[in-house]
Each structure stands twice: as structure tokens, then as C-alpha cells.
Ligand binder design. Structure first.
Ligand SMILES: O=P(O)(O)OP(=O)(O)OP(=O)(O)OC[C@H]1O[C@@H](n2cnc3c(O)ncnc32)[C@H](O)[C@@H]1O
Ligand SMILES: [Mg+2]
Length: 201
């Protein structure tokens, strides 16, 4: 088994990364930040998901020497010109309060009619290790922002987002349903063969 560090401080995101990746990369032993000595997390200062994912993955590699994977993700709302985007976690302020973020976003979109409530979840996932080029992939899940908060699954903005073709929010899907269509699922399924190959070498 080869150890790979999943460098996220978000427990629910980490659980998704782990449950999607572990079954599709043979021989991988997935570690979380709780399994390695603590190190200072980098500030997410880049303007793109890719940039921030690389920043977090490189910090993990530098601190631990382990092959490392990091995810930077968020919701991009058409009517807000792509925001909250990379600011999704802190949309209502530095406290990273999910419920406050959701209430703020719903309020901002109150006067936006149904036909203009399009949005996408986006995830960039970076994989870095010593002696090889950094890799970063992106997955997207198109859909729309509904007008209320619904569901108890998932995390973050899942309670107000319905994926294209679904009446239920992504917080009302089973984990299998969410992983099959999610931004994170798509990115990780693209990354998996690259990680598998790196672990063989
Ligand atoms: O940076 P790490 O430590 O990984 O954890 P984080 O929660 O700060 O993660 P991000 O910086 O990538 O911020 C992403 C935010 O976007 C939202 N988000 C991302 N993926 C999501 C998903 O699948 N469902 C709902 N919200 C999501 C959620 O609010 C996250 O806090
Ligand atoms: Mg973050």
C-alpha cells in the first residue's frame, strides 16, 4: 500500500475525496491531515481553483514529503458573474459559516428569476509528489440555485443547489448519486489513473 495524503481541513469534503478515490486507485492508503504532524495551512490567495488546489497540495508535500492531493472548490453563480467562486468558503466572512453563506447567497439572488438562476459547482484537484510534474484536473456540475434550503446530506451549498435534470438538491441525493455526477467525482475519476500510474512507478 502506498500512502497518499488528502490535504483538506473540511471533514465532509475529505470523506467524499476518500470514498471516491480509495476504490478506484489500487494499492492506495489514504491519509488525512489528522494522520500527519500538524503544519501551517497556506492562505488560499490564488484567483483560480487550480491555483489554490496546487498551493494546498504543495504545502502538504513540503510539510510531509508524502504524495499529496488537495481540492479547491466552490459554487459559481451565473447571475453573480461566477462568484462566490474561490471565495465560496468565506462568502459571508472569515468564520466559514456554511449556514450564513447559504442565507447570504439566497438573499442576493432573491430577485433573480428562475430562468437566470444557473450555477455550477467546480472542483480543481491537484496531485503533487517529489520528482514528478504537478497535476491538476477540474470537474464541474451544472445546475441551479433553488429558493430555499432543502436536505440533510452533503455539505456547504448542497442544500440550495439542484443539479441539471434533478428536482432534488444535492443534499437530498444519496452519496452514490452525488458522487456519480459531482464536480469532485468527475475530477477524481480523471485523476485516478494518473495517481495509479504514479504509485506503480
Ligand atoms: O480548503 P480545505 O481545507 O480543503 O476546506 P474548505 O472547506 O476551506 O474548502 P475550499 O477552500 O475548497 O472551499 C470550498 C467551499 O465551497 C463549497 N463546496 C465545495 N464543494 C462543495 C460540495 O460538493 N457541496 C457543497 N458545497 C461545496 C463549500 O462551502 C466549501 O467550504
Ligand atoms: Mg479552504
Amino acid at each position: 500500500m502506498t500512502k497518499v495524503l488528502l490535504a483538506s481541513n473540511n471533514k465532509k469534503k475529505l470523506a467524499e475525496l476518500q470514498r471516491i478515490l480509495a476504490p478506484i486507485v489500487p494499492g492506495i492508503e489514504v491519509l488525512g491531515l489528522g494522520d500527519v504532524p500538524a503544519y501551517e495551512e497556506p492562505a488560499e490567495t490564488e484567483p483560480t481553483f487550480e491555483g489554490n488546489a496546487l498551493l494546498k497540495a504543495r504545502a502538504a508535500l513540503a510539510a510531509t514529503g508524502l504524495p499529496s492531493i488537495a481540492d479547491d472548490s466552490g459554487i459559481c453563480v451565473d447571475a453573480l458573474n461566477g462568484m462566490p467562486g474561490v471565495l465560496s468558503a468565506r462568502w459571508s466572512g472569515p468564520a466559514k459559516d456554511n449556514h450564513a453563506n447559504n442565507i447570504l447567497l439566497l438573499g442576493q439572488l432573491e430577485d433573480v428569476p428562475d430562468e437566470r438562476r444557473g450555477a455550477s459547482f467546480v472542483a480543481a484537484v491537484a496531485f503533487v509528489r517529489e520528482g514528478a510534474e504537478d497535476v491538476v484536473v477540474r470537474g464541474e456540475m451544472p445546475g441551479s440555485v433553488i429558493r430555499e434550503l432543502r436536505g440533510t446530506g452533503g455539505f456547504g451549498y448542497d442544500v440550495l443547489f439542484a443539479a441539471e435534470g434533478y428536482d432534488r438538491t444535492t443534499a437530498e441525493l444519496s452519496i452514490e448519486e452525488k458522487d456519480a455526477i459531482s464536480h469532485r467525482g468527475k475530477a477524481l475519476r480523471e485523476l485516478a489513473p494518473i495517481v495509479a500510474k504514479a504509485l506503480e512507478a
